[in-house]
Design a protein around this ligand. Sequence first.
Ligand SMILES: [Zn+2]
Length: 464
Amino acid sequence: MCSATRAAHPLYLSWRSRRPGAALLVPALSSHPALRCEPPASCLQPRVTVMASSESSAVSELCQNGRQVFMDASQLLLTYADNILRSPNEEKYRSIRIGNTAFSTRLLPVPGAVECLFEMGFEEGETHLVFPKKASVEKLKVVRDRIASERDKRLNRSNLTAASATESAQPAPSPNLTLQANSQHVLVYELPELQQKAREHIPVSELNARAQEKLKQARSLEVDTTVNEDDFLTLELLRWFKEQFFVWVDSLPCSKCGGQTQTKESLTPSADDLRWGAQRVENHYCSKCQYANRFPRYNDPGKLLETRRGRCGEWANCFTLCCRALGLEARYVWDSTDHVWTEVFSSSQNRWLHCDPCENTLDKPLLYEVGWGKKLSYIIAFSKEEVVDVTWRYSCKHEEVIARRKDVRESWLRETIAGLNKTRQQSLPEQRKKELLGRLIVEIVEFMSPKTPKPDQEFCFCTH
Ligand SMILES: [Zn+2]
């Protein structure tokens, strides 16, 4: 990447804004009571002690995050550091790709995390953070040990308080982290090399030909139809993705004996799993041959083009990349009741269309509430250009939804989203900002008038 291209890349821009010393995207966030994962005393104490020594400001900044955020980021930092300490001559461990999903979703949004890497001795290169040959491994170890000791403190503390050491499901991440992580993650879909990789898997000319054929038919039925080729391309992509490309996984067949497996306690992710953003590795255990089949839940859409399987998370992640690779404007949509899908902007209809690859479904936004009976509360859409609270598109029971929205204050959510958008849009041309504003107004009008369920939205074909 030449430096001019790089400077204009959204990922790079957001990266620049998080350089050491740069303020938090939305400074008010960290003080919100809803985001305090720990009692104030416990998180203040380490901060005060460490602040006394001026050379570890990065670790102390990292310590100010909530417990779960700290534990997650520090785990990844230790992996990076330990890899170098174990194999100091291994080139691949000395550089971290900035576009890497684990890095961009688990470290980049976390105050202090990237700063820890700089303190360890990493330097910023064109596309990677590099630990140069001349850098001191001793210094790296000092920073590494500080992080490890902060981790141990927190682990000991939780052992004392939590009597049962059950390996339960992970607690839900804080709303702040979810917003930050998703809005960072969607930038991955804009990487030219990932889009190229996606086009190598998609039968592009076949899908285009089919879309053109369908458009011809539509026009022969209705001369002045406003539907365009992209609308049909979206339908073709959905069909191909569900019917020919991606596979749904509940439990994997045993790779040794082909028998049925059951999901047991999680396994520890390897360095390679973490490289592809798999923080969780499921154990699909075969009781017939006692083999533990590993199922890493990859978060890197490029990796998913190869594995081609998963649940809605993997489906929506990989599908949104495929949309972007075909030049469709797409958003990644996150629903707090544990589902994700895509939205595609239809230029012929001047509105965002609900688009669920798991269901091969286009424009049936009431599918979840009316079809599946979900009790919705927060549904947020993320693209390279904006974050939008789209909950209202998916519900015809707005009052019930409002009554359920108790996780965060509405004003906090509004301000946080506005803050993210301000940062994201500051480098956009005026013309584009106007365009987005125009769309947002259309969207708000849509949101303000709840839909009436139609019979076809009550059907449920899902494998969910
Ligand atoms: Zn088996």
